[in-house]
Design a protein around this ligand. Structure first.
Ligand code: F6R
Length: 368
């Protein structure tokens, strides 16, 4: 049931505050400590883990890229992220101390399934983060954390992505708690930030109208670029994937720092470039990205800037400015991805495409 929405995808974009809240529900205590009862892997075993490998495909892979930053930062365990279809063909180094985390909305993606089978044959423990109860991937894993997003029907994943990020963050905080790499009060503070995101995602949705109007300008556009750094980089990749999938236009995401190493040659007059600006803060990322915006604008780009409230520095370089709620860097993907999803949905809809069933794609890819 589309409940009055034109597309399931649009409905699912609007369901994200609830989907994230439902994913967090019951998984932390009042004191901010984590409670992941469903992880039937003994704590002693989790303490011996010396490497994490996240394997997934498509949007789930980008969620894994976001998660890597958080997991390494909180747990100090080395974390790799790999496209599932590439994983077992490179003879990856897996031991019984390797934890493989797999992300799959459907739980039926063949490439991902083959990757975890391979990992388990080598003795690794596998934790699945999945949205579909009893699907093959969770059945073949040692433990599962379900994302309680509710059924996702639009082929382009939206609430799947946000809830995968949220579930990975729960897992990361839990590992930090078990291994003592963060103090209890630090964990409680981060958990508090995570638990505070649903109303902030709602705010982004309440203010989304200008993004829809922006999309109307680009019905004839051939190419769109996305830039980000740190967790903003996978957000850029995800924004580009959504446009390719449903609006059938060429779109690419780049780490903003890579621009000068090649992609800046693509910048031509009036090309729209989305830029995800990190929160203003101690590190230099914010200022670096701000200069990247200037660089592409000086070469004629139309800059579409996503920056937090009170960020005054970007104003002179933004041809279009969308305000994000103030959150920490690691929480930003949960709010910054939403306008990119809506831009793609709106553009595809305006072009008259079937947003929920894009050409050549299936909701779950059950062949390798
Ligand atoms: C993109 C999309 C795909 C899936 C990928 C993995 O919008 O839907 O890229 O993310 O096929 O699917 P799951 O998560 O079901 O394993």
């Amino acid at each position: 049931e589309k409940q009055g929405y034109d597309w399931f995808m649009r409905k699912e974009i609007y369901e994200q505050p609830q989907a994230v809240a439902d994913t967090l529900l019951g998984r932390y205590n009042e004191d901010g400590s984590l409670k992941l009862d469903e992880l039937h892997i003994p704590e002693a075993e989790l303490r011996t883990i010396d490497k994490i490998i996240i394997v997934a495909c498509g949007t789930a892979y980008y969620a894994g890229m976001v998660a890597k930053y958080a997991i390494e930062h909180w747990t100090r365990i080395a974390c790799e992220v790999e496209i599932a279809s590439e994983f077992r063909y490179r003879d990856p180094i897996i031991t019984p101390r390797t934890l493989v985390v797999t992300l799959s909305q459907s739980g039926e993606t063949a490439d991902t399934l083959m990757a975890i089978r391979h990992a388990r044959e080598q003795g690794a423990k596998v934790i699945a983060i999945c949205n579909t109860n009893g699907a093959t991937i969770p059945r073949e894993s040692d433990a599962v954390i379900y994302t309680h997003a509710g059924p996702e029907i639009g082929v382009a994943s939206t609430k799947g992505f946000l809830t995968q990020v949220a579930a990975c963050y729960l897992l990361g905080l839990y590992l930090a708690q078990v291994r003592g790499t963060k103090f209890g009060d630090e964990i409680a503070a981060i958990m508090g930030e995570l638990a505070a995101t649903p109303p902030l995602i709602q705010r982004v949705l309440d203010e989304i109208e200008p993004i829809k109007q922006l999309a109307a300008k680009y019905a004839e556009q051939k190419s769109v670029l996305f830039l980000g750094r740190h967790v903003g980089y996978p957000v850029a990749l995800e924004g580009a994937l959504k446009l390719k999938e449903i609006a059938y236009l060429h779109a690419e995401g780049f780490p903003a720092g890579e621009l000068k190493h090649g992609p800046i040659a693509l910048v031509e007059n009036q090309i729209p470039i989305f830029v995800v600006v990190p929160p203003q803060g101690r590190d230099q990322l914010h200022d670096k990205v701000t200069s990247n915006i200037q660089e592409v604008r000086a070469r004629g780009a139309f800059t579409i800037v996503l920056a937090e409230d009170d960020d005054e520095e970007v104003i002179p370089y933004a041809d279009f400015l969308f305000r994000l709620p103030k959150v920490s860097t690691l929480m930003q993907p949960l709010v910054a991805t939403v306008p990119l999803q809506m831009f793609a949905c709106e553009l595809a809809s305006l072009k008259g495409y079937d947003v929920d069933q894009p050409r050549n794609l299936a909701k779950s890819v059950t062949v390798e």
